[in-house]
Write a new protein. Structure first.
Ligand SMILES: NC(=O)c1ccc[n+]([C@@H]2O[C@H](COP(=O)([O-])OP(=O)(O)OC[C@H]3O[C@@H](n4cnc5c(N)ncnc54)[C@H](O)[C@@H]3O)[C@@H](O)[C@H]2O)c1
Length: 344
């Protein structure tokens, strides 16, 4: 057995990776737990909140740092998992690329187009695997439906709808105190929640080319950002519509994609997708068995580690996330302009 030391970490072979989670709030803690579950990496954490960091370090027995400089002075890392609010993602990504680290960046990629080009160049110079954590890419019911659409006899998609919502205060009681309350930090329904459905639709149908958005703050207490969104869009020749709110009782997301010879329906909340051809009266469903909430994130962590090993993965690429960022920004611009926006 080779027991060379790499910094403070016991060396366990070339494929045993050293991962730094930056930002250990809600999703950062989940990534920490799920990367640990893979058994394929050593995980350290960095968060500017010292009290939070102390708890995390104790619960998960990990090395912890209150800032990135301290972490990088202590040792080197094979990958950064960036789980801070969205306006900080790209600066941290460039730091990781300069460090020679692979990058796993939380959604949305950013809140402006400003740093995209320099980050793209930095990633290209660094030459390490990079992906964005749009977790719908790991859902078997999305992946199978996408595969079916791309290879089926239904014909090309012509019309699609995405309807979704949940009671956000139930799932994120602290929403008033976090990044969600401000567009500048990645907040509001469009950048924070709808972005999952948009990215999934783009993955299945191709990039969105036109957005006409109406949105409003309807109900959530203590914030002014939009919690309700209606969008009429085009993904090339496919006409699409999106409807979401963040106060409804059901926690559901449903996609319907209609083609010349039949339709595909995906019920995210029911972990199933179905096909109904012209002439049929019942959906033929494909069901995934129940999963624990962490399972998709552990699968995502494994996919990221596979990507670092040079294997193919279904993860969202940097360029796909740039496209979804363009959608977010066009939707927000469309609200203030009261007009449709064509995406470049
Ligand atoms: N994929 C998903 O399902 C999912 C779910 C929730 C959040 N997210 C995304 O993950 C990101 C974080 O969301 P969250 O809900 O975990 O937020 P959060 O507010 O719970 O946690 C963010 C953490 O980052 C820390 N932080 C901020 N700036 C820092 C810096 N420069 N250096 C070190 N630490 C810093 C904060 O102290 C905080 O603990 C957002 O982009 C959000 O959209 C994704």
């Amino acid at each position: 057995m080779d027991c060379r030391q790499a910094g403070a970490t016991l060396w366990k072979g070339p494929m045993f990776r050293s991962i730094l989670i930056i930002g250990c709030g809600s999703i950062g803690e989940r990534h920490l737990r799920c990367f640990q579950k893979t058994g394929r990496c050593d995980v350290a954490v960095c968060d500017s909140n010292a009290a939070l960091l102390e708890r995390i370090a104790e619960v998960y027995s990990v090395s912890s740092f209150t800032n990135l400089d301290a972490a990088l002075q202590a040792r080197s890392f094979d990958a950064f998992v960036i789980c801070t609010p969205a306006h900080t993602h790209l600066a941290i990504a460039r730091c990781g690329a300069q460090h020679g680290a692979a990058l796993f960046i939380e959604k949305p990629l950013s809140v402006t187009p400003d740093e995209i080009e320099e980050t793209r160049e930095s990633i290209s110079r660094g030459g390490r695997f990079t992906a964005v954590a749009y977790v719908y890419h790991l859902m078997p019911w999305i992946r199978e439906a996408r595969e079916f659409l791309h290879n089926s006899d239904l014909g090309a998609p012509l019309h699609a709808t995405a309807t979704s919502g949940q009671h956000f205060p139930t799932f994120r009681p602290g929403y008033r105190e976090i990044y969600y309350k401000d567009h500048a930090t990645g907040g509001g329904a469009i950048q924070d929640a709808l972005t999952h459905q948009v990215n999934a639709m783009e993955w299945m149908l191709g990039p969105c080319t036109r957005v006409f958005c109406d949105a409003s703050h309807q109900l959530l207490e203590g914030v002014t950002v939009e919690d309700t969104v209606n969008i009429s869009a085009r993904h090339g020749s496919v006409l699409a519509s999106y409807a979401m709110n963040q106060f409804q009782a059901p926690n559901e997301a449903t996609f319907q994609i209609h083609c010349g010879q039949g339709s595909v329906k995906i019920e995210v909340h029911a972990r199933r997708w179905g096909v109904l051809r012209h002439g049929e009266s019942e959906w033929s469903w494909h069901q995934t068995p129940p999963l624990e909430r962490d399972d998709l994130f552990t699968a995502q962590a494994n996919a990221f580690l596979d990507g670092m090993d040079g294997k193919p993965t279904p993860l969202c690429t940097f360029e796909e996330a740039v496209q979804t960022l363009k959608f977010n920004l066009a939707a927000l611009r469309s609200i203030s302009a009261g007009m449709p926006i064509t995406l470049s």
